[in-house]
Design a protein around this ligand. Structure first.
Ligand code: MGD
Ligand code: MGD
Ligand code: MO
Length: 673
């Protein structure tokens, strides 16, 4: 059988945005490999994408629109034509517009696909409709807020620069699972003699690439950073020239904050020995070019933005921001490379409509002030699984009077609650334009295979809905690829001099940050003191979970073999995950007489979730770890992990607090075993 290789891009929410070479035969993807010419990923893929063809051509793919025939959540549906499905949606929405107004309709989407056109395909339509707007804050706005408080809009260093560092701290990042290609320059640095540390709450798989692992109490990283800074200051391990020339507010920090963080206090707060904090500070101060590779995990707390802010100050004390490979690696910030308003069309919004924080979907569907949400349109997201406070979300989705539409590749937990399900293409079946957030690569993708069954891409569904709603704007008559062209046609200093031919051929090309001030802050300096903040200096803030009076902290960490709730369709990956497990310290398990392999119930005020217990020394006492988000059909009980996470938000940015949980545990009720 003749086959040919087509280029594509990994569409998933991961910093790496790998280039793919797809072998296509008979209109089907038969193999997927990494593109060796991709500047960042250089031909290797993660364990999820090496058999992406099994996702694309999975027998579980939705291939036709469906309408509900049984109770919500039951998964009973009957197939209908696209015409019938779109007519039903438009009829219901016209009704809702007439009786309740546009704000009674709520879109819900996040990151099933990261392509700039398909990801943002609904914005123009919902603006035109006058729907409620969604604040898309589920991932890492607190991390952005914390870094911006110190560094403003300063673009991050190229990830490859890490190879020149002699001390790399992997801080709150399970890079082996979540951004495996960022480890290539780290390994290179290590082979040239660099030390690598991991700072996490448990010994993740990434500990295997670190020389030393420091386990801290959840939400205590700010205290660690302040403790290290105390020692750097006390022992004179400072780059005084850098502080004088490039930093705002170090004297104030040294006078007003650092005296409160001697190693003994930082130790009491973090759980690390005082000597370890002193040793960390001395090694950091002595390093030629120390670098921090900063993850998102520690930002998802009631004090997340503040802790990120304290860590972001740390490189300034030793001048690491100007050293080759040194400083803070917290994302590449290629956002300015394209002007997305050409796709999102804020000008279509006749008047500012209500904004709903996506982490509070449970509240929005059940108790929101203002016009009640009468219709929910979900695309490329699975809120029944990924959104905090699952019980509240499911109560909302179960409302008989809520008209729910879900556009999906699979019959997810959310799709099971839909009144109308629409089948979606996968990334290999539609056009798009990608920009990485862990490197400076951009890449264009054209369809590699035809749509599976009757599936349609996000953009094409909004075109159909626009037509059915009578929107006459020429904008809605374009193809997805036309929008790609529009984005590329806009001039941007980021894309000056790039190889446009390579881009047109579907190869990844790197953009370059335009020349600008070294530190893109209002003062032009690293702002340890930021007068625009509620707390002008970094300080200690409490987590939400403190005082909840429960025995354990619960980490809801990423899995190597899944990505949020994506990839649950893959039998090979589910087998590797070995069921919905709960990792627990063996001593803690023994003290509670909970045997390995037994079914346990983790609970708090929000819900009860059953897991299979796996005692392991990877986890320190007092901590429980549930890796990955699962589909409900894979769970040993009736709920999955987000029945234990809350709708409480971060200190800045309205972010999720997925790691800020306190819980208790018991053996599962024997009647269910
Ligand atoms: N395989 C895989 N890859 C993924 C994902 C996935 O689910 N699976 N998710 C994707 C998405 S959407 C994102 S946003 C990124 C996220 O990727 P990362 O940036 O790695 O962030 P997180 O996965 O949120 O958390 C990383 C680590 O933070 C740790 N952590 C939690 N609380 C604390 C704390 O208080 N202090 C410290 N020091 N560490 C803490 C957790 O134990 C976890 O190991 O990865 C993407 N890539
Ligand atoms: N407990 C816990 N919960 C978490 C996290 C955690 O670490 N712990 N991580 C959080 C984070 S960081 C994030 S970013 C969120 C992510 O939350 P989501 O963005 O909802 O991510 P997924 O679970 O991957 O669901 C994406 C869905 O999009 C569908 N899809 C893929 N491509 C397309 C397409 O082109 N069109 C359409 N219509 N559908 C498509 C997929 O089939 C999949 O079901 O989850 C959050 N939830
Ligand atoms: Mo995320």
């Amino acid at each position: 059988m003749a086959s040919e290789i087509r280029r594509s891009v990994c569409p998933f929410d991961c910093p790496d945005t790998c280039g793919l070479l797809v072998e296509v035969a008979d209109g089907k993807a038969v193999a997927v490999k990494g593109d060796p010419a991709h500047p960042h990923s250089q031909g290797t893929l993660c364990p999820k994408m090496t058999r992406y063809q099994d996702t694309v051509h999975s027998s579980r793919r939705l291939t036709t629109p469906l309408v509900r025939t049984g109770p919500k959540g039951s998964g009973s549906f009957a197939p209908v034509t696209w015409e019938e499905a779109i007519r039903r949606i438009a009829d219901r929405w016209k009704d809702i517009l007439a009786t309740h107004g546009g704000e009674a309709i709520l879109p819900y989407s996040y990151a099933g696909t990261m392509g700039l056109v398909q990801r943002n395909a609904g914005h123009a339509f919902f603006h035109r409709l006058g729907a409620s707007r969604l604040d898309r804050t589920i991932c890492s706005p607190a991390k952005s807020a914390g870094m911006e408080a110190v560094l403003g809009a300063t673009p991050g260093p190229r990830p490859e620069a890490l190879r020149d560092s002699d001390l790399v701290i992997l801080w709150g990042i399970n890079a082996l699972a979540t951004s495996v290609h960022s480890l290539r320059p780290v390994r290179e640095a290590r082979s040239r003699g660099a030390r690598v540390w991991l700072v996490d709450t448990y010994r993740t798989p990434t500990a295997s690439v670190a020389d030393e692992t420091f386990l801290v109490r959840p939400g205590s990283d700010g205290a660690l950073a302040l403790g290290i800074m105390h020692v750097l200051e006390r022992e004179g391990l400072l780059d005084t020239a850098f502080l004088a020339d490039h930093v705002q507010g170090f004297p104030e920090l040294a006078a007003q904050v650092l005296p409160d963080f001697p190693p003994e206090r930082a130790a009491a707060l973090t759980g690390l020995p005082p000597a370890a904090i002193e040793a960390m500070a001395r090694a950091f101060g002595a390093a030629r070019s120390p670098a921090i590779l900063l993850g998102n995990g520690l930002s998802r707390y009631g004090n997340g933005a503040m802790n990120i802010r304290a860590i972001s100050c740390l490189p300034a004390l030793v001048g690491a921001f100007l050293k080759p490979g040194g400083g803070l690696h917290g994302g590449s910030g290629t956002g300015a490379a394209f002007d997305l308003t050409a796709v999102t069309r804020p000008d279509f919004l006749a008047r500012p409509t209500r904004i709903v924080n996506m982490n509070r979907l449970g509240e929005a569907l059940t108790t929101l002030d203002g016009p009640p949400v009468q219709s929910l349109y979900v695309y490329h997201s699975n809120p029944a699984a990924v959104t905090p406070d699952q019980n509240a979300v499911l109560r909302g989705l179960a409302r008989e009077d809520l008209f729910t539409v879900v556009h999906e590749r699979f019959l997810t937990d959310t799709a099971r609650y839909a009144d109308v399900v629409l089948p979606s293409t996968s990334s290999l079946e539609h056009a798009d334009l990608y920009r990485a957030y862990g490197s400076y690569c951009i890449q264009r993708a054209r369809p590699a295979v035809p749509p599976v069954g009757g599936s349609r891409c996000n953009w094409d569904v909004f075109r159909l809905l626009a037509e059915a709603m009578g929107f006459s704007d020429a904008f809605f008559r374009q193809e997805a690829d036309d929008l790609v062209e529009t984005l590329l046609a806009q001039p941007s200093p980021w894309r000056e001099g790039i190889d446009t031919e390579a881009l047109a051929e579907g190869r990844a090309v790197e953009v370059v940050a335009p020349p600008g001030p070294r530190f893109a802050t209002p003062s032009g300096r690293v702002e340890i003191l930021n007068p625009r903040e509620v707390h002008p200096l970094p300080c200690l803030l409490p987590t939400h979970g403190e005082g909840d009076g429960r025995s354990f902290a619960l980490m809801t960490a990423p899995s190597l073999f899944g990505l949020n709730s994506s990839f649950c369709e893959r039998d090979d990956l589910r087998t590797k995950r070995n069921g919905m497990r709960l990792l627990m310290n063996p001593g803690d398990a023994q003290a509670r007489a909970l045997p390995a392999g037994s079914r346990v119930t983790v609970f708090n005020d929000l819900g009860d979730v059953d897991f299979i217990l796996e005692p392991t020394d990877q986890v320190p006492p007092g901590l429980l770890v549930a890796e990955g988000v699962w589909w409900m059909e894979c769970a040993p009980g009736a709920r999955t992990v987000n029945a234990l996470t809350s709708q409480r938000l971060t200190d800045q940015g309205g972010g999720s607090t997925f790691y800020d949980n306190r819980v208790d545990i018991r053996a599962a009720d024997p009647v269910h075993q």
